[in-house]
Design a protein around this ligand. Structure first.
Ligand SMILES: C[S@@+](CC[C@H](N)C(=O)[O-])C[C@H]1O[C@@H](n2cnc3c(N)ncnc32)[C@H](O)[C@@H]1O
Length: 312
């Protein structure tokens, strides 16, 4: 009969041998932490990862937490083989050009930490410009809000986190994204005021039912999308990115419903591509909206268009 301890060791060895990241685990066996870090950066750079050093720092911080890299270099006991194995597993995913947020499973947005998956667009810092613009423009009074193409729920949850009297509905065509959004609402303690339903933009909603309509729709032209980095082109959902031949397909579709959905005097906020302010503003004007303004992001690019429905 085999010794139970030998069996434990054999089982651990079998798991180790079966792991996809075995080449990294093998390469790092016997190296100290600074050597592992150098090797990691070199492998990331060879794989074409632009911010190889920054990504290596993030992964090391993640696996060593709560210890810091400096602590673990000073005291190797803080860097167990299990932590190096986890580093190998995560690095293996990143080497396949999976975005860092998907590798780590979450992404900071506004003041929240949101779950993300391959079914959701990773919330971008630029999108905080939309959150800020809506908060500045729409005041504090109780409001009903709709987020079309909610994805991870980022915009909706950020707004509700700042306005206790607002309630909101997130709509998306992707059931898998909505699952993530619902988890995020729970995680942020906002599930009593944030609800999510599957739908094609606002087509399923009742007439003039909301005070604020926000959307960050897909707006990259199909041609530009084809040339983007694998992190976006391969690993983020095409449904979240592809805005058609001129990038404006989704705006046109949503515009057809704005006056039906937004009450008179209600506010609309669209995120836009840096070169779409005029085209989207024109669409809104033709739709009959007023007070159309463009807001720049922190890099100085046009990023948000806001407009109001006329008061009858
Ligand atoms: C650019 S992402 C925005 C995600 C999130 N709101 C954010 O800002 O991070 C666009 C979202 O629109 C959704 N979408 C695409 N076409 C749609 C449609 N016809 N109806 C509803 N949602 C749609 C995608 O699934 C995706 O979640």
């Amino acid at each position: 009969m085999s010794d139970p301890f030998d069996k434990l060791v054999d089982d651990a060895r079998a798991v180790f041998d079966a792991s996809a990241s075995k080449p990294l685990r093998d390469a790092w066996g016997g190296l100290d932490l600074p050597q592992v870090r150098q090797d990691l950066i070199a492998r990331f750079a060879d794989a074409g990862i632009v911010d190889a050093e920054i990504d290596a720092r993030y992964l090391l911080a993640h696996v060593l937490s709560p210890a810091s890299y400096a602590d673990a270099v000073a005291d190797p006991a803080l860097c167990s083989w299990q932590r190096i194995s986890l580093l190998a597993d995560l690095a293996w995913e990143r080497l396949k050009r999976k975005p860092m947020a998907q590798v780590l499973g979450s992404q900071p947005f506004w003041t929240l930490d949101l779950l993300v998956s391959e079914d959701t667009l990773t919330p971008r810092a630029d999108t905080e410009t939309l959150v800020e613009s809506v908060l500045k423009t729409c005041g504090q009074e109780a409001a009903q809000l709709v987020d079309l193409g909610t994805g991870s729920g980022a915009i909706l949850l950020a707004l509700l986190s700042e306005r206790p009297d607002w309630r909101g509905l997130g709509i998306d065509l992707s059931p898998a994204a909505l699952e993530v959004a619902r988890h995020n609402a729970l995680r942020c303690g906002l599930d009593d005021r944030a609800h999510f339903i599957e739908g094609r933009w606002g087509t399923g909603l009742a007439d003039q039912s909301v005070d604020i309509l926000v959307s960050n729709p897909p707006y990259i032209t199909s041609e530009v999308l084809a040339g983007l980095e694998p992190e976006v082109r391969v690993h983020e959902p095409k449904l979240a990115l592809d805005g058609g031949t001129d990038g404006l397909d989704a705006y046109r579709e949503i515009c057809a419903d704005i006056l039906r959905l937004l009450r008179p005097g209600g506010w609309l906020a669209f995120e836009i591509g840096y070169d779409q302010a005029k085209a989207v503003s024109d669409l809104l004007e033709v739709t009959g909206l007023v007070a159309i303004t463009t807001v720049k992001d922190l890099a100085g690019h046009d990023r948000v268009v806001m407009a109001q429905t006329p008061v009858k």
